[in-house]
Design a protein around this ligand. Structure first.
Ligand SMILES: Cc1ncc(COP(=O)(O)O)c(C=O)c1O
Length: 461
């Protein structure tokens, strides 16, 4: 990572243009207007360099759990380049070669699922899932079974309907009114549940889903959408028995299970998909971020053959097929990148690395918990981990969002980018998030956790 790209004058001009014209995501713009916005210019492995030449270890894979195979992968860039030169785009009403090959290889990794629908963002992939449920209700059930149940703390995307299915109260503030027909049920976070220590807690938490289905009327409920491990809501793995009970309930009431694998998918948790850790059979699985590790925009909505078959009526019925399109779902560069991304994960044995390095990082986080009262809980799976910060171990009162922000800012100063939950809840924006690329080493983890240790030491003092 020492390719000189800019002279200082070029760099200053780029920063000026950015400050003057770019409206950045998820950030208050004022400090950027007054200071200098960060501009990232290159990356290799887990490390990125900003326009001023400062290098960072990125412990969140592009800020939001995306660059699973790490930066600077020439083979992915070449695969995309070659594909674009040959055939960049055609609407996905027709097929393309990498799309067919990637769908085939993806389905190999997802027993029980059989059809892949391409689009270009996690939100959109989820919207496709919602539209399938709504149309199925219209086709089969006189419009009944159209309701979609979602869970407190889960996030499913940025569009108004994806936010309608999101259980993050602060993130939703000021953007309503929302799409009707979405109903929330409680989260399954053992750490903050009154009966979280009960060995039966997972079953009890899942039964909340049954309660809501019964309240709404089972004949009105079409699906439930869940993150296998909640990401931006605080890195929350399900308790023992949770998904098994969800499965029983959904089978009992004929409710489809939609798993949002936008973060967990493509190896992040040590299996290809997060749901594969549990005994659950989803009907719809959505994925985006790690599918092509950010080298191209691609998302997928994957369904069972049974669900697909529901849309195969007599072709003379003008309305009986999935009448949906995503323009950029036809970009052939997406599946070209995804194919090469998948090859890398397989050939470099990255799932194995995720399991080994995930255990190592979890041990290191437990050491931090032993050292600092402020670390109330550490949790996660594979290379998808979180540390929840509290004012008091006993009351579990969360620290203010500014404390988690100060830890992340201190790490950044030390050259390590970590994530944190932010502006999602009124009081629980207090979890540090770690999701380094699947190639990370023990040295990388030592540097990541070491920087958090330094930051916490300063704050604790
Ligand atoms: C679990 C989950 N689902 C969906 C999305 C939305 O994905 P996108 O930003 O690509 O629309 C996200 C984004 O962070 C996510 O974390």
């Amino acid at each position: 990572m020492n390719r000189a790209i800019e002279t200082p004058a070029d760099a200053a001009a780029i920063v000026d243009s950015d400050r003057a014209y770019v409206w950045h995501h998820l950030s208050q713009q004022k400090p950027m207007q007054e200071g200098a916005p960060m501009v990232i210019v290159e990356g290799e492995g887990l490390r990125v360099r900003d326009i001023n030449g400062k290098e960072y270890l990125d412990a969140v894979s592009g800020g939001v759990w995306t660059v699973n195979v790490g930066y600077g992968r020439t083979s992915i860039a070449n695969a995309v380049r070659d594909q674009l030169e040959k055939m960049c785009y055609f609407a996905n009403s027709a097929g393309n070669i990498p799309g067919a090959k990637f769908a085939d290889q993806l389905i190999d990794k997802m027993p029980g699922l059989n059809r892949v629908y391409f689009s270009n963002s996690g939100s959109e992939a989820n919207e496709k899932g919602f539209k399938l449920v709504r149309q199925l209700a219209a086709l089969k059930n006189d419009g009944k079974k159209h309701k979609i149940i979602y869970r407190d703390r889960d996030y499913h995307g940025t569009t108004i309907t994806a936010l309608s299915a999101t259980g993050q109260i602060q993130r939703k503030d000021q953007y309503g009114p929302y799409t009707p027909g979405f109903v929330e049920f409680p989260h399954c976070m053992a750490y903050r549940a009154e009966n979280g220590d009960d060995p039966d807690y997972g079953v009890q938490a899942a039964k909340e889903l049954e309660r809501v289905i019964l309240e709404e009327g089972p004949d009105s409920v079409g699906s439930v959408i869940l993150e296998p491990i909640t990401a931006g809501g605080g890195v929350i793995p399900p308790p023992e028995g949770y998904f098994e009970t969800v499965q029983e309930i959904c089978t009992k009431y004929g409710v489809l299970i939609h798993m949002d694998e936008v973060v967990c998918g493509m190896g992040r948790t040590g299996k290809w998909f997060g749901y594969q850790h549990y005994n659950v059979k989803p009907d719809i699985v959505t994925m985006a971020k790690g599918v092509a590790s950010g080298y191209a925009a691609i998302s997928c909505t994957v369904t069972t053959e049974d669900l697909f078959d529901e849309f195969l009526a007599d072709p003379s019925d003008k309305m009986h097929f999935f009448r949906d399109i995503s323009t950029f779902g036809g970009c052939a560069g997406g599946p070209a990148a995804a194919l090469e991304n998948m090859r890398i994960i397989e050939q470099e044995n990255l799932l194995d690395n995720v399991n080994r390095m995930g255990d190592y990082m979890m041990d290191k986080l437990h050491e931090l918990k032993d050292k600092y009262e402020m670390v109330g809980d550490v949790r996660g799976k594979g290379l998808f981990l979180g540390a929840e910060l509290v004012k008091d171990r006993v009351t579990k009162e969360p620290v203010d969002e500014s404390v988690a922000a100060a830890v992340a800012a201190d790490c950044l100063q030390q050259g390590v980018m970590i994530g944190r939950t932010n502006r999602s809840f009124h009081e629980f924006n207090n979890t540090l998030c770690l999701s380094p690329a699947l190639i990370c080493t023990k040295d990388d983890i030592d540097q990541i956790v070491g920087s958090i240790d330094n930051a916490l030491a300063k704050i604790a003092a």
